[in-house]
Design a protein around this ligand. Sequence first.
Ligand SMILES: [Zn+2]
Length: 256
Amino acid sequence: MSLKIHQFPYLSDNYGVLLHDPSSNTTACVDAGDAEAAIKALEQQNWTLDLLLITHHHADHTAGLEQIKQKTGARVIGPKAGASAAIAGIDQEVQDGDSFQLGKSEVQVIHTPGHTLDMMNYYLPQDGVLFSGDTLFTMGCGRLFEGTAANMLDSLNRLKQLPQQTTIYCSHEYTLHNGGFALSVDPDNIELQVRVAAAEELRANNLPTVPSTMAEELATNPFLRADDEAIRKTLGMEGADDLAVFTELRERRNNA
Ligand SMILES: [Zn+2]
């Protein structure tokens, strides 16, 4: 548990994260949407970047890749070119089930298609930390740009298998919007009500609502709760299967 984690905001609502293993003096950065923000965060921490981990090809995760690489010499690890647009500058392509070392910490690669087809999440089992990209958000999930609802439901079902105490870093501060939507489909969920109130207070003080834990998401995130009877009742879908409920939730969230 010696890993140090520093989250920093960039663009309008993105989060980047630096990971630092003091014992080996190894540092990684998750995503590269804004080179200046990443380099400033590295300088503030006085850490030297070794690894740049890319979750998916969207510009708000990759636009600063070449500049960060040039400036730091970091090795870039990211999705294997496949059905999504290829990402220029990747040194080590990864796919589902791969793993690599960040200092003393093992990083496991979990492919979670849905938002995009190339989406990779990075899980550090010894440290209990997941970088969920634009797949699993705090009280929400990513919009379906390339994958199907079935892809995303499968991906989220895989993430649900991680230990409940797992700390989840997602890539955007979408929590208040997500929380409002969650309440619209799960209005009587006390844990959700409490959590939305806490998130409102954090945001009123300009503090991040990210990270969260898997236990919190399991209790309050409607996209992990397609099997919940109260949500199904609110939707009028008591007899439907999980995919139909999930699809309806995702469509309603698109219009929320
Ligand atoms: Zn994205």
